[in-house]
Design a protein around this ligand. Structure first.
Ligand SMILES: Nc1ncnc2c1ncn2[C@@H]1O[C@H](COP(=O)(O)OP(=O)(O)OP(=O)(O)O)[C@@H](O)[C@H]1O
Length: 250
């Protein structure tokens, strides 16, 4: 077995009496696409925080590309190749779409000059935002803002892309467009970890799924098997045995 791209070992994290990770261990291989489901408040975004460096675990260790990064600050993790989106996009609204992505290439990937410009344009092409390059970010629609959030993460030239509920609030055709973009990125070799309540978007994109609940992984494997797992149905889907396994989460 090759060294995983990302490895979390014995991660424990509490906010007061709320435990969001309880001796949690997880590995993601290079180029793998992993989906994460789980009830509201299960600690999914907190887990991303501990991978991206926004949060420090109380106990446990995080490795990326063979190096321990448990104590590394967010900007060092970005430079190492971890790119993430946030549930609530906060682009620089007075800057254009192009400038937003350019800043990420500059600060996150250490690119400069023509290289930075070419990279930003390439990212806009791949995320379907090229026609909006000169539009101020503050004027974008929800789908366009979600795409920009993705583009900003890609702007940092990641090896692993963490997507936090990028499909939430989109219409069905918009979700379909987003799935196409993410699937293409994954096919190009990018590792993807995607937290999502729009479960069918995950099923269309990822090869492996985990369900988080009670601060730990309660199911891990092929997506349809995970969704059919009785524990997942009880804890997340809130469904009895007669309802569809691929039903949307809360
Ligand atoms: N910085 C913080 N300070 C205190 N409590 C926090 C903090 N961040 C998260 N929490 C709490 O930790 C729990 C898990 O939150 P988190 O956002 O990680 O869950 P989630 O699984 O991503 O939920 P959702 O599906 O609703 O986005 C929640 O009860 C939340 O209120």
């Amino acid at each position: 077995m090759t060294e995983p791209l990302l490895r979390l070992s014995g991660i424990t994290k509490s906010f007061g009496k709320v435990t969001v990770a309880d001796d949690l261990s997880l590995s993601v291989q290079a180029g793998e696409a992993l989906g994460i489901v789980g009830p509201n408040g299960a600690g999914k975004s907190s887990l991303f925080g501990m991978i991206s460096g926004d949060l420090r675990p109380d106990r446990g260790k995080v490795w990326f590309a063979g190096r321990e990064i448990t104590g590394a600050p967010p900007h060092a993790r970005t430079r190492a190749g971890i790119g993430r989106t946030y549930q609530v996009p906060r682009p620089f609204s007075h800057l254009t779409v192009f400038e937003n992505v350019l800043v990420c290439g500059h600060q996150g990937a250490g690119l400069a000059g023509r290289q930075a410009w070419a990279h930003a344009m390439d990212v806009l092409d791949r995320t379907g935002l090229a026609a909006l390059a000169n539009t101020p970010a503050g004027r974008l629609t929800l789908l366009q803002r979600k795409r920009l959030e993705l583009a900003r993460a890609l702007g940092t030239a990641p090896r692993l892309l963490l997507l936090d509920e990028v499909a939430g609030g989109l219409t069905e055709p918009e979700v379909h467009e987003l799935v196409e973009v993410v699937s293409r990125l994954h096919a190009e070799g990018l590792g993807v970890v995607w937290i999502e309540h729009v479960v069918h978007a995950l099923v269309s994109t990822v090869g492996r799924m985990i369900c988080l609940a009670g601060g730990d992984v309660v199911a891990d494997g092929e997506p349809m098997r995970v969704l059919a797992d009785p524990k997942v149905r009880e804890l997340y889907l809130g469904a009895g045995p007669e309802t569809s396994a691929a039903e949307e989460g809360p």
